[in-house]
Design a protein around this ligand. Sequence first.
Ligand SMILES: [Mg+2]
Length: 314
Amino acid sequence: MPESVADLGEFGLIGAVTARYPQGSGVILGPGDDAAVIAAPDGRMVVTTDMLVEGRHFRRDWSSAYDVGRKAAAQNLSDVAAMGARPTAVTVAMGAPKDLDSAWALELADGLRDECEQVGASVIGGDTVSAETIILAVSAFGDLDGREPVLRSGARPGDVLAVCGRLGWAEAGLRVLSRGFTSPRVLVQAHRRPEVPYDAGPEAADVGASAMCDVSDGLLADAGHIAECSGVRISVHSGSLEIPEPMREVGAALGEDPLQWVLAGGDDNALLATFPAELRLPERWRVIGSVVEGAGVDVDGEPHVGRAGHTHFS
Ligand SMILES: [Mg+2]
């Protein structure tokens, strides 16, 4: 068993990991050659990439390697889902200090693999290099299965704004950890790894979503992306936002308003979409606002006062 990442050798982390796991049905040729070959049954391929940097997006004393792997995969897989596509494969490039314990890297790969398994995607390749700090660049690929991609630019006045998944949980967990606490565990865990309703993306596309994105920067910031791309104004109705009990308790304990975490907290990777008002939405999609003429985002008709987006540890 090698002791450090550097000792994993030329075949590298990905070879060591993928050799341990079966590849999904969408993989024609897995790792081991100069490149992998994946199927694109639709004829079009959805591609996205995202980075995680130690100290900015995660801390090794707050998150396990396994959780970092889950999170790195999740934020890319949710971007694929937010297009209305089904994730099929993932590649990962990792920079790590030479003396990083190889067990840490292998645990991270376990996390990547387990998150991918939730959606039937495979880790098909990657690279490792030595670096001052841990840097992860993950790319995810997906298939549209014949659907049209759901863009950020399709929202129209009269549409409703709806969300599927959690809002503010990861931010609440970050606040808890920042104050030196480790409970409520459900919130801390939400910071460590998101719970993404991946299949709600293709579901929204099938129902007829007019625009969609995932909430990685924060509800208001990401609603702002849809508003800007679509040339509309989005009004968020604060009374329709859920504030779960543990978040209320933490808010009271820290003297902060948990509604602000729901509005501005990122990293939960909920899916946010607009739908023509006459459509009947699947039960797990909750209507939280409306699309009107104009520009920007408001909360209950008023401009939002406070932070709009997530800033990680900075
Ligand atoms: Mg996104």
